[in-house]
Design a protein around this ligand. Structure first.
Ligand SMILES: Nc1nc2c(ncn2[C@@H]2O[C@H](COP(=O)(O)OP(=O)(O)OP(=O)(O)O)[C@@H](O)[C@H]2O)c(=O)[nH]1
Ligand SMILES: [K+]
Ligand SMILES: [Mg+2]
Length: 391
């Protein structure tokens, strides 16, 4: 039996050979579905996975958020880590200086952010070249990917890296084709699987396939949806396609949603000391992009600031009865968090005895506002929690 990597290559070759037109559309759609399935299998440990496995490096998560440094070899990932944290990660001019995941702590805005320096990845990483799969698995666990690029190298480097991440199910700076948009900042929370925004898919025990289009999509039709679902052996289900922009790729992402991870990405071009001002100016104007020179210490603090903004972390100050809030000790939660999340951060069982909370700050309509567990907090709110528990 041919192994998975070979099968993937065969399908990729077939897709490249096949001309894109109306007549081949279904065939290409099915190939995309097969490819997504094989790639997911490749990341699963166990027989047939072709060795290597998909598990990341053994670094436990700590702090308020995790940022992964992803990039080709020698772009300056370790130089950056060594500059902004107290950790020293080896820096050298040869490729693959870093061989494992090196965690450092970035202190910012009262938060402790875990910065993960990773080995460089190369083309073919998704299929297991180098330590590619481990690096990508580690990146998958992060709240933000800092894609470090070398400003002196070809522009294609960025698209190549994106393709590698895409191949293992990472979706950068995109919202899932399902779920509540406000939830995607709160990566730890389970989204309600039944509430899809663009494509709603619900598996059933019987009754066949029921496909409904709210607005007929331009690039998807009933036959295609039917064929892809049948190929995934989902024969009994309800599908509601809400968005006329929905594509085959969206449908596959919904089917494979357990294998997809939607992560924010900030593109950082390092080594700007070695490019022309004109070129630098162009790079800096690209969306989601920052530029720096670790060597000359240019823009490094801006990059840190941008990371903080992208993570959308907010600071909550808790207050106890009769005592002023302690503004030196912030509780860090994600943007969109509720009083319930704040309770969970203070103590596992606090919400069981919770009565109400008083809130001062931007989220309060009047100060203090008396609120329930569902109240959404804002940056620098002061929160006083009243519980039924009596010591
Ligand atoms: N000109 C210039 N060189 C830099 C800059 N930052 C880092 N370097 C150099 O780039 C080389 C690679 O730096 P590293 O930090 O080891 O790169 P890396 O991405 O961690 O490399 P791997 O771990 O091998 O993937 C070193 O020789 C650094 O001194 C910069 O801003 N400008
Ligand atoms: K290096
Ligand atoms: Mg390194």
């Amino acid at each position: 039996m041919v192994n998975i990597t070979e099968k993937i290559k065969e399908i990729e070759d077939e897709m490249r050979r096949t001309q894109k037109n109306k007549a081949t559309e279904y065939h290409l759609g099915l190939l995309k579905g097969k490819l997504a399935r094989l790639r997911a299998q490749l990341l699963e440990p166990g027989p047939g996975a072709g060795g290597g496995g998909g598990s990341g490096f053994d670094v436990s998560k700590s702090g308020d958020a995790r940022i992964a440094l992803v990039g080709f070899p020698s772009v300056g990932k370790s130089t950056f880590l060594s500059k902004v944290t107290k950790t020293r990660s080896e820096v050298a001019s040869y490729a693959f200086t870093t061989l494992t995941a090196i965690p450092g702590v970035l202190e910012y805005g009262g938060a402790e952010i875990q910065l993960l320096d990773l080995p460089g990845i190369i083309e073919g990483a998704a299929e297991g070249k180098g330590r590619g799969r481990q690096v990508i698995s580690a990146a998958k666990t992060s709240d933000l990917i800092l894609m470090v690029l070398d400003a002196t190298k070809k522009a294609e480097q960025r698209a190549l890296l994106e393709a590698e991440l895409e191949a293992v199910g990472i979706r950068l700076n995109r919202e899932p084709p399902y779920g509540n948009t406000s939830l995607w900042h709160i990566s730890n929370r389970k989204t309600n699987a039944d509430r899809f925004r663009n494509i709603y898919l619900k598996a059933k025990k019987a009754g066949g396939m029921k496909i409904t289009f709210q607005n007929p999509p331009k690039r998807l039709d009933e036959k295609m949806v039917f064929n892809i679902l049948r190929d995934y052996k989902i024969l009994n289900c309800e599908v509601l396609v809400r968005d006329d922009e929905a594509t085959v790729d969206d449908l596959i992402d919904v089917i494979m949603k357990d294998h997809r991870k939607y992560i924010k990405c900030l593109y950082v071009y390092n080594k700007i000391d070695s490019v022309s001002l004109d070129f630098l100016d162009r790079l800096a104007r690209e969306p989601q992009t920052a530029v720096m020179s670790c060597e000359l210490d240019l823009g490094v603090q801006d990059v840190v600031e941008r990371c903080w903004q992208e993570l959308r972390l907010i600071r909550i100050y808790t207050k106890r009865k009769g005592v002023d809030p302690d503004f030196d000790e912030a509780l860090i939660v994600r943007s969109g968090s509720t009083i319930e999340d704040v309770c969970d951060r203070i103590h596992r069982t606090l919400k069981e005895t919770y009565k109400y909370a008083l809130v001062w700050g931007a989220s309060a309509r009047h100060v203090p506002q008396r609120v329930g567990l569902g109240h959404v907090v804002a940056d620098e709110d002061v929160v006083y929690i009243v519980s039924a528990f009596k010591a």
